[in-house]
Design a protein around this ligand. Structure first.
Ligand SMILES: C[C@@H](c1ccc(Cl)cc1)n1cnc(-c2ccccc2)c1-c1c(C(=O)NCCN2CCN(C3CCCCC3)CC2)[nH]c2cc(Cl)ccc12
Length: 100
């Protein structure tokens, strides 16, 4: 529910603008430009995790991001994709509205 409302809200406002550390991660995953919808941010973060092989091959819901810039941003060594709350918290700190 939280994510959905943020997605709607961000699209209403014409997208979100990631702060530089997050923008670098999205660009490493192939993102172009500086403003995105939340869906695009989530897509590129997922691509980043896959390209950097940060997920566990056997327990594929586990992401080991310690020692990676993503872990620096999240302030975590690892997290499960089944509990997105740390990612929402990180996004709140690293996204601004693109409308302004
Ligand atoms: C529901 C969604 C999600 C989305 C947001 C959140 Cl905060 C949690 C969870 N999700 C479910 N599994 C993943 C996932 C798991 C392992 C590796 C990469 C992605 C994702 C994530 C996506 C995504 O865009 N997902 C598209 C479909 N995914 C299925 C999993 N697929 C891979 C699973 C591992 C083996 C290779 C396929 C990739 C496409 N974006 C994310 C970004 C982050 Cl910061 C964390 C996780 C994801």
């Amino acid at each position: 529910a939280v994510l959905y409302s943020i997605i709607c809200y961000s699209e209403l406002l014409g997208g979100v603008r990631p702060k530089l550390p997050l923008l670098k991660i999205l660009q490493a995953a192939g993102a172009q430009g500086e403003t995105f919808t939340l869906k695009e941010v989530m897509h590129y973060l997922g691509q980043y995790i896959m390209v950097r092989q940060l997920y566990d091959k056997r327990q594929q819901h586990m992401v080991y991001c310690g020692g990676d810039q993503l872990g620096e941003l999240l302030g975590l060594e690892s997290f499960s994709v089944k509990d997105p709350s740390p990612v929402y918290e990180m996004l709140k700190r690293n996204l601004t509205s693109a409308a302004v």
